[in-house]
Write a protein that binds this ligand. Structure first.
Ligand SMILES: [Zn+2]
Ligand SMILES: [Zn+2]
Length: 434
């Protein structure tokens, strides 16, 4: 029992990926990477282990209150942290990699696995695959705008355009956030007994958490609550306005969500998320899935660099998006059609196979082979199973006189042609058949 319980505690989310899932992953990666590269974001990679030293500053700034890093003990007895977000790795590595010497803005994207323990379930380990995008050195709204545009275009490309909602909020910068917070505290203090149990508990941790309560009675009281947008300083107002204007220009619908705060995470000033709604407009609402999150990361930047660093970032939870695409049947998982099968007869032919296959590869012809099998019958069985249009057969004689047999699988018609004419011949044949 004791052992069972322990195993359960440490069971990681299943993120094993077999080839079928990999094909889906490749599609997702492409959908996000294409617009990112168009806007000149470049891929970078960081290790999964982080030194606790690097993470201490983030923890001190309250960035790990909601998700705590997972600690592992290595053989030296030293404790290391598992990467919690690629966005923080970028900041951790900013100085070490002398990024301050490179002309800004810096534009990066990353893809990797991240780990954390939820604040309320410290013994649990959550594992995600994340696709993240980071922009450093631009203080204006263009940073958020580009990140939003890239995510939006990717969701559209994956066929989710009509079910994705973009939610955004301005939660105040270091100079204006306290005004709203203290006003909200006063508001809650005089009414706290009318709120639900969860709200009363949340109010003790952070008062903005109360704003997200779904309870009807709580919602009603909150209608009179102070609104964060009324407390923004001129810079924050202008920033938000700039982002919204861009979104309107780009035709990206948005929802200004006054209750979105990402308290205890590494986003601040401007926060946003992309949610997926399984139900269409007018249908019974179904629970939403948060597919991506993001925002300014001023506190995180300062914690890492020691002085002001204009950072904005966004992160996609790839596994959640994968599940949505699987549920929707929007997979397109079919394997790439292979039209040509390469069969060999005799050892002499086998030895000549690789140079020929390589020629086909370089010419962009997809070929399936089965060099491990020697019987022509079992090789041709494979050709039939994958529904190849053409089988190339290299026998001993052909290997010696540099020819090859080209056989049309359906009709069984075959002819022998010189190997140096093969590519041209094949291309003509495949084009005709298509
Ligand atoms: Zn402000
Ligand atoms: Zn409540």
């Amino acid at each position: 029992m004791g052992k069972e319980k322990m195993n359960q505690k440490h069971e990681l989310k299943k993120l094993d990926r077999m080839p079928e899932r990999m094909r889906l992953l490749a599609r997702i990666e492409k959908a996000f990477e294409n617009p990112a590269e168009f806007y000149r974001f470049e891929r970078i990679v960081f290790p999964v282990l982080e030194h606790p030293r690097a993470y201490n500053a983030f923890a001190k700034s309250g960035l790990f209150d909601e998700r705590a890093p997972v600690t592992v003990r290595v053989r030296t007895g030293e404790e290391m942290m598992l990467r919690i977000s690629g966005l923080l790795s970028v900041l951790r590595g900013y100085e070490e990699n002398k990024m301050n010497d490179i002309p800004h803005p810096l534009k990066f994207y990353l893809e990797e696995e991240v780990f954390f323990s939820p604040a309320h379930k410290k013994e649990e380990i959550v594992e995600h695959r994340e696709w993240a995008i980071s922009m450093i050195g631009d203080e204006g709204p263009i940073a958020e705008a580009e990140i939003t545009q890239i995510f939006w275009k990717a969701f559209e490309k994956l066929g989710l355009g009509d079910r994705v909602q973009f939610r955004i909020n301005a939660i105040g910068c270091a100079s204006c956030r306290n005004g709203f917070r203290s006003s909200l505290t006063s508001f809650l203090r005089t009414r706290i007994l009318r709120f639900c149990k969860q709200c009363r508990r949340n109010a003790k941790i952070s008062n903005v958490k109360v704003l997200q309560c779904e309870n009807e009675e709580c919602k009603q009281i909150l209608e009179q609550a102070p609104q964060v947008l009324d407390f923004l300083c001129e810079i924050c107002k202008k920033h938000l306005k700039g982002i919204l204007e861009f979104l309107e220009g780009a035709g990206i619908p948005y929802f200004l969500d006054h209750s979105l705060f990402f308290e205890g995470l590494w986003y601040d000033t401007i926060v946003f998320e992309f949610v997926y709604r399984a139900s269409a407009e007018g249908e019974t609402p179904s629970p939403v899935v948060i597919m991506a999150e993001g925002g300014r990361m001023m506190r995180a930047g300062e914690a890492a660099y020691g002085k002001r660093l204009d950072v904005a970032g966004g992160a996609l939870f790839i596994d959640r998006l994968e599940q949505i695409l699987i549920d929707k049947g929007k997979l397109g998982l079919g394997q790439k059609k292979i039209e040509v099968f390469f069969a060999h007869l005799s050892d002499a032919a086998k030895k000549k196979s690789f140079p020929l296959l390589e020629e086909l590869r370089q010419a962009g012809v997809s070929v399936e082979e089965s060099l491990g099998k020697d019987s022509i019958k079992s090789q041709l069985n494979i050709a039939e199973r994958i529904r190849a249009k053409i089988a190339l057969i290299l026998g001993q004689k052909e290997a010696l006189d540099s020819t090859i047999i080209v056989r049309e699988m359906e009709s069984g018609i075959q002819e022998t042609i010189p190997q140096d004419k093969l590519i041209e011949f094949l291309k003509k044949k495949l084009k005709k058949g298509a």
